[in-house]
Write a protein that binds this ligand. Structure first.
Ligand code: ME8
Length: 660
């Protein structure tokens, strides 16, 4: 039996359309799936959609259709894209599938019986925009940011999961099995969250049901409750697992949802797998570790400039724009340029530069030159090297090292490093050609053996590249494979069968161009055209209804006139450490400079604020938040559910201008 390899992506919310971020995670999972198939493992690749919740319920109501009709309409946005891109997904799970619902209900019942889930009354504050209970600390933070209107007092019955009981085992999991979260620096963030006295204090029990929502999985036997998001969503990995593949080997997530996957998810599983006699305050049994995911692999974000892509900012790169350059080209770029775990700014400029440098030049050029030399000087027949000088031996040694180095990095999920190493080798071969000067060797019969060596080594390097990079660029590598005169599908081979120095079975074929050089200016125009065409539908697939409070009562002019509103210019901006929402800014008011805090971190990156004109409430009494005094407030527009949009005076309005 070959070793199982179970890889998952997050299940995506259907109220968004796919963008580069979803594409990246799913392509990375596909590359891992293909790579592990070529390692001879028994791969199962799962992705899908997350379809319950209040937003879906509300939107369906405004459109006069049922939530089920709505999700059936929008879930294919994801499923079809992955098909169109040729991703090797084994199963597409939807949280509205009967099988998933049955699993969630069965596990809920089981944990209720075990005492890990209990019913209690929640009394406290609730954030309407986050659809979550808030602690006192969080509430204070929100009030200080002028978000008090989003908080409501709530008293409701809820089922809770005893998350706090698993704190001890979770800490042991992170300490003893650090491979559980990769890369390592992301594990440190998770530890911080859970550690007693850490960022958020000790873990609190988790509310996992709602009575205010109907679009969800009913709690068995108590149907006025539905199971609330994470207990529903995370269990997809269990409900859609294929027999013999548990536990997941690699679970890919963006850093935004790492905490749910690295804390809630293992705690749910610990509760399911713990047995009579296991001591939650003692040592976690090794048996439990064996049943938890091997690795939660957390990647960073694709940014636009310094800002996260978001619907509200309208700065999203859509798959169609990326795929304009070919699926394999997009796959190569995403894997080659993203250093796993870190954020990366996306620009079309860098995208096109990478493809031109590495695919049109780089590999494409090397393949075309090598294959045409083989045809010209040896009628396509690949010679056997018999003589090696120092230069050839150096290349031979590198040739033998390339695969182990590539495979080692890929085993650590570092495709950025693996591809970087492989392409460095290809560049070295360009130097080899320049130094060996095969065109001169070809003119001298005495040098025939030397020419044989050069041509054979180039061939071997290309054959090796086609094999190693096949999981990343399956079609392009197949094309290269065929140009090298090789038969069959390269992706059907196993890395273990690799013999770098095996003789070529057949003569090389015609050198087909692998990747045409991109004319950047023309390509940018084409991208603009794709965007323009998509513009009318760029709005989210699910239009959210406006979520505003009723109008306030009238005031007289004098009351209004007491507010001193001024145009300000942001001179400096930085994040307030440990605050989820606050940014600290230095603002020029024409007559003086002020320190002002704004609760806008989720919508704006500090670097994007510098140089912006804003409207400042200038005569608001100073107020301290997170230990910093704020001398004023910025005006923003939003509804209760959206992120804040800064009100922007025109560019020629001078700092200090009175807004009236
Ligand atoms: O969070 N860069 O779904 P979601 C890179 N339903 N990756 C990005 C990205 C970006 N700018 N934006 C999104 C949910 N992603 C839940 C998950 S799982 C049990 C439930 C990717 O539709 C990244 O993988 O908001 C992130 O984790 C995921 O999309 C969030 O997708």
């Amino acid at each position: 039996m070959s070793k199982p390899f179970y890889v998952t992506t997050p299940i995506y919310y259907v109220n968004d359309k796919p963008h580069i971020g979803h594409t990246y995670t799913t392509v990375l999972a596909d590359v891992l799936a293909r790579h592990h198939r070529m390692l001879g493992e028994d791969v199962y690749f799962l992705t899908g959609t997350d379809e319950h919740g209040q937003k879906i319920e509300k939107t369906a109501a405004t459109r006069g259709i049922t939530p089920q009709q709505l999700v059936d309409e929008v879930a294919p946005n994801f499923e079809n894209l992955w098909k169109q891109m040729g991703l090797t997904v084994d199963y597409f799970v939807r949280t509205t599938h009967a099988q998933h619902k049955a699993t969630v209900q069965a596990r809920f019942t089981e944990l209720l019986a075990k005492g890990d889930i209990y019913k209690a009354t929640y009394k406290g504050l609730y954030s309407v925009s986050d659809e979550a209970y808030v602690t006192e600390i969080q509430a204070k933070e929100m009030q200080a940011q002028g978000l008090a209107h989003q908080l409501v007092e709530l008293e409701e019955e809820s089922y809770f999961f005893r998350l706090a009981s698993y704190e001890n085992w979770l800490i042991q999991l992170f300490e003893k099995y650090p491979e559980f979260v990769q890369p390592e620096f992301r594990l440190n963030e998770v530890k911080q969250f859970v550690a007693p006295g850490g960022e958020r204090g000790n873990l609190q029990n988790l509310s996992i049901s709602r009575t205010s929502i109907t679009w969800g999985i009913p709690v068995p036997g108590d149907e006025k409750h539905v199971v609330y998001v994470w207990f529903d969503a995370l269990l997809n990995y269990l409900s859609a697992c294929k027999d013999g593949h548990w536990p997941p080997t690699a679970q890919l997530v963006g850093k935004d949802i790492l905490r749910f996957h690295a804390v809630y998810w293992p705690a749910f599983l610990m509760a399911m797998y713990r047995q009579e006699g296991d001591d939650l305050s003692g040592e976690m049994p090794a048996r439990i570790r064996e049943l938890l995911p091997k690795t939660i692999l957390a990647h960073g974000w694709w940014l636009m400039g310094d800002t996260k892509m978001s619907k509200s900012l309208g700065n999203i790169v859509r798959p169609k724009e990326l795929l304009h350059f070919g699926t394999d080209a997009a796959r190569f770029f995403l894997l080659r340029d993203m250093h796993l775990g870190h954020d990366r700014a996306f620009t079309f400029e860098a995208f096109m530069d990478r493809l031109n440098a590495d695919l049109a030049n780089g590999l494409g050029n090397l393949a075309a030159r090598s294959i045409s030399m083989l045809q010209r000087y040896r009628s396509g027949v690949v010679p056997i090297p018999e003589k090696m000088d120092e230069l050839d031996t150096d290349v031979r040694e590198r040739l033998l090292q390339v695969a182990p180095e590539y495979l080692k990095k890929a085993a650590d999920h570092d495709f950025h490093g693996a591809l970087d190493g492989l392409w460095a080798f290809l560049r070295h071969l360009d130097g080899y050609i320049v130094k060996a000067e095969p065109w001169k060797l070809a003119k001298d019969e005495v040098q025939a053996a030397k020419l044989d060596t050069v041509l054979a080594q180039l061939y071997r390097a290309l054959r090796l590249t086609a094999l190693l990079a096949a999981p990343v660029m399956p079609e392009l590598c197949q094309q290269l494979w065929e140009s090298l005169g090789l038969s069959g599908r390269v992706t059907d081979l196993r890395f273990a069968d690799l013999d770098v120095e095996a003789p070529a079975p057949d003569p090389v074929g015609d050198p087909k161009p692998l990747f045409a050089r991109i004319d950047k200016e023309a390509a940018m125009n084409e991208i603009e055209a794709i965007r323009a065409e998509a513009a009318p539908t760029i709005a989210p697939a699910v239009e959210l209804p406006l979520d505003v409070s009723p109008l306030k009562e009238n005031i007289d002019y004098d009351t209004f006139a007491k507010t001193d509103l001024r145009v300000g210019l942001v001179l400096e901006a930085e994040e307030v450490p440990k605050s989820k929402k606050l940014i600290k800014m230095k603002i020029d008011l024409g007559i003086e400079q002020r320190t002002i805090l704004g609760g806008i971190k989720e919508a704006y990156a500090p670097a994007d604020l510098v140089g912006r004109r804003v409207v400042v409430v200038a005569n608001l009494a100073p107020r301290a938040m997170m230990g910093i005094e704020s001398h004023g407030m910025l005006l923003c527009a939003s509804d209760n559910a959206s992120k804040p949009y800064l009100i922007a005076p025109p560019e020629d309005a001078k700092p200090g201008f009175i807004v009236r």
